[in-house]
Structures are given as structure tokens and as C-alpha cells.
Design a protein around this ligand. Structure first.
Ligand code: IYR
Length: 230
């Protein structure tokens, strides 16, 4: 029997054969339901335990994040993992400074009203308590060998997708996170001494939920409100 080719050449580039694992319709329904029920247990948590987490777990999560699709496969992201207490303290101090300005001056009354049910304020103790902070940076461009700039593509979409994968991986490991958005976030670039082609995108504290953690009693929109079938 003739063996199927396991690669072809398209415009001079090698394309390898890809076989995706498929399931019966019944199994698909079951798997999709079980997956939903798993991710539906995820919540944004603001109360963390300081219990240590093996770095290997964080490394695996970041490898999962890096499997996200990206524009022209440029993978325009860097994940900075902060375990060092001194650096976490500096990040907390700088984040709270920005947040105080935001809550007191920059955010509109409507915005503050919209946040009230979440119980947030400018104090961010979790930035010191969580065993790790993952500061995600986007890379709008790369430097070539002569220092010239090469633009990346769909950078926000790509890094947003990678963050989604990361958040899902954190939940899958039984840990929690919070998509913290101190704004502006330039202080992260300074504290972590990032190269000039990186911009802070998201700050994710990662760890176990505190034993006495509480989350706001909020509901997800029902399917009828979020899906239109044509
Ligand atoms: N960045 C602030 C405020 C904040 C904004 C939104 I939109 C939220 O959903 C939650 C908080 C903070 O992190 O507290």
C-alpha cells in the first residue's frame, strides 16, 4: 500500500501533515459540556494564599500560553515571572500609586459606579501575597540585525489570546489569578528593565486562592444574550 506523504512543499516552504483527533457526536457533546463546566468554575480572585507553587507549574502554563495563534506566527509576547519579594513590593507600590490616581481622578463617575459591585479599590495587597506575578509584555516590533524595526501583526489580538490560554492553564492547575490592569502600566517596563520594543499588557498575580476567599456574586450572560445563529 502506498504511504500518504507526510509533508509537501508550498512556495518553497515545508508543510507537515496534520491529523486532528476526532470524536463521535455523542462524545463531542459530552466533552464540550465537561469543558464548559470546568471553565465555568473559574473566577477572578483577589484573595490569595502565600503558599508556594513549584516554578515548573508556572513554566508549563507559560508553555501553554505560547501555543496561542499569533499574527504571522510572530509570537509577539514575553512573560516575566516575578517571585522576588523586593521586586513584588516595588511593583505593588508603583501599581497602587497609579491606581490611587485612577480611582481618585482618572476614572469617570460612571466607571466607578460600574465597578462598585466588584468591591475593588486602589489597594493591591495581592501583588505581594501571591507567590508569583506574571507581567505579560507585548512586542509591537522586533529589532533586525542592524537595529532596524520589523513590525509585528495583530499584536493586541495575539497577546490577548495568549493571555486567555494562560488564564485557562492557571485555572486547570487549580490555581487562581486576576486580570489586573493598573493603568498606565509603564512602571512595569521600568521596574523589570524591559527592552524598548516591549509594552506592558497585563499583570497576573498567580497562586492558590486564600482559604477565606470571597468573590462577588455575579452571573454570566445566558447563551441567548451572547449568541446569534444565522
Ligand atoms: N484597574 C483598576 C480598576 C478596574 C477596572 C476594571 I474595567 C475592572 O473590571 C476592575 C478594576 C483595578 O485593577 O483595580
Amino acid at each position: 500500500m502506498k504511504q500518504a506523504e507526510d509533508y509537501i512543499i508550498v512556495d518553497g516552504f515545508k508543510h507537515i501533515s496534520y491529523k486532528s483527533e476526532t470524536f463521535s457526536e455523542a462524545k463531542m457533546i459530552l466533552r464540550s459540556k465537561e469543558y464548559y463546566e470546568g471553565v465555568d468554575k473559574r473566577r477572578s480572585v483577589r484573595h490569595f494564599s502565600d503558599k508556594p507553587v513549584p516554578i515548573e507549574v508556572i513554566e508549563n502554563m507559560i508553555k501553554s500560553a505560547s501555543t496561542a495563534p499569533s499574527g504571522a506566527n510572530k509570537q509577539p509576547w514575553t512573560f516575566c515571572v516575578v517571585k522576588n519579594a523586593e521586586i513584588k513590593k516595588n511593583i505593588r507600590k508603583a501599581a497602587e500609586e497609579e491606581e490611587r490616581k485612577s480611582y481618585n481622578e482618572r476614572m469617570s463617575d460612571k466607571w466607578l459606579e460600574d465597578l462598585k459591585h466588584l468591591g475593588t479599590d486602589a489597594n493591591k495587597p495581592f501583588l505581594e501575597i501571591a507567590p508569583y506575578l506574571i507581567a505579560v509584555f507585548k512586542r509591537p516590533f522586533e529589532y533586525g540585525v542592524n537595529g532596524e524595526k520589523h513590525e509585528n501583526y495583530y499584536v493586541n489580538e495575539s497577546v490577548g489570546l495568549a493571555c486567555g490560554f494562560l488564564i485557562s492553564a492557571i485555572h486547570n492547575a487549580g490555581l487562581v489569578t486576576l486580570t489586573h490592569t493598573p493603568s498606565p502600566m509603564r512602571f512595569l517596563e521600568k521596574i523589570l528593565e524591559r527592552p524598548a520594543n516591549e509594552r506592558a499588557f497585563l499583570l497576573l498575580p498567580v497562586g492558590y486562592a486564600a482559604e477565606n476567599a470571597f468573590v462577588p456574586d455575579i452571573q454570566r450572560k445566558p447563551l441567548e444574550k451572547i449568541m446569534d445563529l444565522y
